[in-house]
Design a protein around this ligand. Structure first.
Ligand code: AMP
Ligand code: ZN
Length: 470
């Protein structure tokens, strides 16, 4: 597979260090609010990447952090503590807020068919590890104490601006209008590893450390959680493009200073979802969530479908009209697949025929995870000269990566519409539902047999009673 590496600014062949195995790290959510659908664009594309790597036969171990401490409203070291802001807003403790929004995040992921990473680590459970790595950075001369805080000394690294994306002005992190410059820093780009001089008198979460009671900076958590779970060499690190600087730049500086060698080979960044008024942002307060999409009658998988129609390295503009178009296309697609699935009933296909149909999909995905072309390849399967059984099997395989629930949705759409079912069958089905409710299973079975004698099958599903023609 070839993939764009932000480190080299090139599309490169993806070669894991150890044959057949991939260590993959993903920056997780900051859990002070619901994830917005922009954040979830990043997680959807990372999920597709992970699943495609598995599809090609690689054994992936994926690790993700949960940021429940240390992330300030600026990605540098300034502004308010995001978690504390969330707790104040909702009159709850920081840990209550963290638990609530962590659960909400995984509930959203489930609705979007995003697999939970193999290892998920809340930052607050790893403070001893942060202290151990920061102590080592102090011993090695990469970190210094000033004004009570511990800073990473960026002048000690040969190549701090490793992504080469930033100017001197950009590197002046955290200095924004209305925010005082941190005069403790020896160099403008230095960043905090450990805070003891908190601006927040009521900072709830604090730990003992060799440098005083305090709390970790944001960047150190990802380095430590990755190194502890994936070892000192990492294959692949993911995040949204806003993470490139300063977060990932700082992760690389401190990890490589600690390890004494190159840390991660491939950096995968997902471009932003924007609305017509600009970037979607949690801190702006008003943003779109999965629940809102559902309230408006959209299946969350329609949003996943919408995301997959575009390449991850292009900005994506969200409008309701675009989502409506995706919804119409998704329904049409699943109806067409429904026809194929029912035509394929009780027939089998040869493995060669199936894998030939998958070729276009593989070619698109091998080309820098081009999901947009992969969708075209999916439509090509529908039109191909091949048996319905081979088409259905190829679509089912491909959907292990795309995770659009295609086969389930197709089966549903292949079920008879209300109007096609005779009144007599509908009445018997209703009677059967009542019998089941009353736990009169003998009667329910008898009614099922009478429905079968008329040529129909009745089933109870999570969506209610479903009647299909035999
Ligand atoms: P956060 O919860 O703010 O730490 O962000 C979680 C993830 O979402 C990070 O990988 C961010 O880079 C990513 N992200 C933030 N905003 C957007 C956006 N508008 N579109 C896509 N990804 C985003
Ligand atoms: Zn991170």
């Amino acid at each position: 597979m070839r993939i764009y590496n932000t480190l080299s600014h090139k599309v490169e062949e993806f070669v894991p260090r150890e044959a057949g195995k991939v260590g993959m790290y993903t920056c997780g959510p900051t859990v002070y609010h619901y994830a917005h659908i922009g954040n979830l664009r990043s997680y959807i594309m990372e999920d597709v990447l992970e699943k495609y790597l598995r599809f090609t036969g690689l054994d992936v171990k994926r690790v993700m952090n949960i940021t429940d401490v240390g992330h300030l409203t600026s990605d540098g070291d300034t502004g308010d503590d995001k978690m504390l802001k969330g707790a104040k807003r909702e009159h709850k403790s920081v840990m209550e807020i963290a638990q609530f929004y962590t659960d909400a995040f995984f509930a959203d992921c489930k609705k979007l068919n995003i697999k939970t990473p193999d290892v998920v680590v809340p930052a607050t459970t790893y403070v001893d590890e942060f202290i151990r790595v920061i102590s080592s950075l102090m011993d090695k001369g990469y970190a210094y104490e000033a004004g009570g805080n511990i800073y990473f000394d960026t002048s000690k690294t040969d190549n701090y601006n490793v992504f080469h994306n930033f100017t001197e002005d950009d590197l002046e992190v955290g200095v924004r209008e209305g925010v005082e410059e941190d005069t403790n820093k020896r160099n403008k780009a230095d960043f905090v590893l450990w805070f003891t001089k908190s601006k927040f008198d009521d900072q709830e979460l604090k730990w003992e450390s060799p440098w005083g009671v305090g709390y970790p900076g944001w960047h150190i958590e990802c380095s430590c959680i990755s190194m502890k779970n994936l070892g000192e060499y990492l294959d692949l690190h993911c995040g949204g493009v806003d993470n490139i600087f300063p977060h990932h730049t700082n992760e690389i500086a401190q990890s490589e200073a600690y390890l004494g060698h190159k840390w991660c080979n491939y950096w995968f960044h997902v471009h932003h979802l924007n609305t017509s008024s600009g970037k979607m942002s949690k801190s702006k307060g008003e943003f779109l969530t999965v629940s809102l999409l559902e309230e408006k009658g959209y299946d969350p998988l329609v949003y996943r479908f919408f995301c997959l129609q575009s390449h991850y390295r292009k900005g994506l503009v969200f409008t309701w009209e675009n989502l409506d178009n995706a919804k119409a296309a998704y329904n049409k697609l699943t109806a067409r697949i429904g026809k194929i699935v029912s035509d394929a009933k009780d027939t089998k296909a040869e493995p060669d025929e199936i894998s030939a149909l998958e070729e276009g999909f593989r070619a698109a995905m091998d080309d820098d995870l081009n999901t947009s072309n992969a969708m075209t390849a999916l439509y090509d399967i529908l039109k191909a000269e091949a048996s319905p059984a081979a088409k259905a099997a190829a679509i089912e395989n491909i959907d292990k990566v795309l995770s659009l629930g295609l086969i389930e949705a197709a089966k549903k759409s292949a079920e008879l519409s209300e109007d096609d079912i005779p009144e007599e069958v509908k009445a018997l089905a209703e009677e059967r539902a009542q019998a089941r409710k009353a736990k009169d299973f003998a009667k329910a079975d008898e009614l099922r047999d009478r429905i079968a004698a008329l040529g129909y099958t009745v089933k109870e599903t999570r969506q209610g009673t479903v009647i299909t023609k035999n």
